[in-house]
Design a protein around this ligand. Structure first.
Ligand code: AMP
Length: 212
């Protein structure tokens, strides 16, 4: 199964990718998590990417395309994968096509802008493993601590309200055209993402024709 999770920032891509990769036994690949790890480690890619993440704008396509090709070449991707947060531009989608990477479905998580703003203000992520939580909707078992690895939960710098507004603007201009791109290819599977995590997971499995 090769899947793309499409949707605005805060639509629940990361949360659903985590659940689906366990359920389907395939890795989820988040370019955002890869970039944050590169920034933390001070790698050349991290140094190049930092100013874009801080500003809420997109990292240049050639950097992203390089990261994705490298990651998809690893052996754990041989049986399928879930892309979370990539492609984010038509150029990235075309690069995947040109590389001969075909997808089974593109799940588009749909949610109102009001709900996005409320989700992002309460979002917390694990500084060590990248797992996502929400102070009200998806709290960890112990406040401030990751259920999966025991790491410290932090608020992402780019979840600050001004950066969120910029990220939404970028989403509308750069990423939303991908909805039409994949609809034309017959791959688009829209799923309402405003409910709780389990409801959205069930709706995704249903559009993919997978039994719960
Ligand atoms: P995310 O964790 O997916 O919300 O991504 C956080 C930030 O990483 C974005 O605001 C961008 O600056 C950068 N980023 C992640 N994925 C991409 C991508 N596919 N194309 C360009 N920039 C990206």
């Amino acid at each position: 199964m090769r899947l793309i999770l499409l949707g605005a920032p805060g639509a629940g891509k990361g949360t659903q990718a985590e659940v689906l990769c366990k359920r389907l036994g395939i890795p989820s690949i988040s370019t955002g998590n890869i970039l944050r790890a590169a920034i933390k480690d001070g790698t050349p890619t991290g140094l190049k990417a930092k100013s874009y993440l801080d500003a809420g704008t997109l990292v240049p396509d050639e950097v992203i395309i390089g990261i994705v090709h490298e990651r998809l070449a690893q052996s754990d991707c041989a049986g399928g994968f879930i892309l979370d947060g990539v492609p984010r531009t038509i150029a990235q989608a075309e690069a995947l096509e040109k590389a001969g990477i075909a997808f089974d479905a593109v799940v588009s998580l749909e949610i109102s802008e009001e709900e996005i703003l409320s989700r992002m203000s309460g979002r917390r992520v694990c500084g060590a493993c990248g797992s996502s939580y929400h102070v009200a909707n998806l709290p960890p078992r112990v406040e401030g601590i990751c259920d999966n690895c025991g790491g410290q939960l932090v608020q992402r710098k780019d979840d600050a309200p001004e950066t969120v507004r910029e990220r939404l603007k970028v989403y509308h201009t750069e990423t939303e055209p991908l909805v039409e791109f994949y609809r034309q290819r017959g791959l688009l599977r829209p799923v309402a993402s405003a409910g709780d995590r389990e409801e959205t997971t069930a709706a995704i499995l249903a559009v993919l024709g997978i039994e719960k």
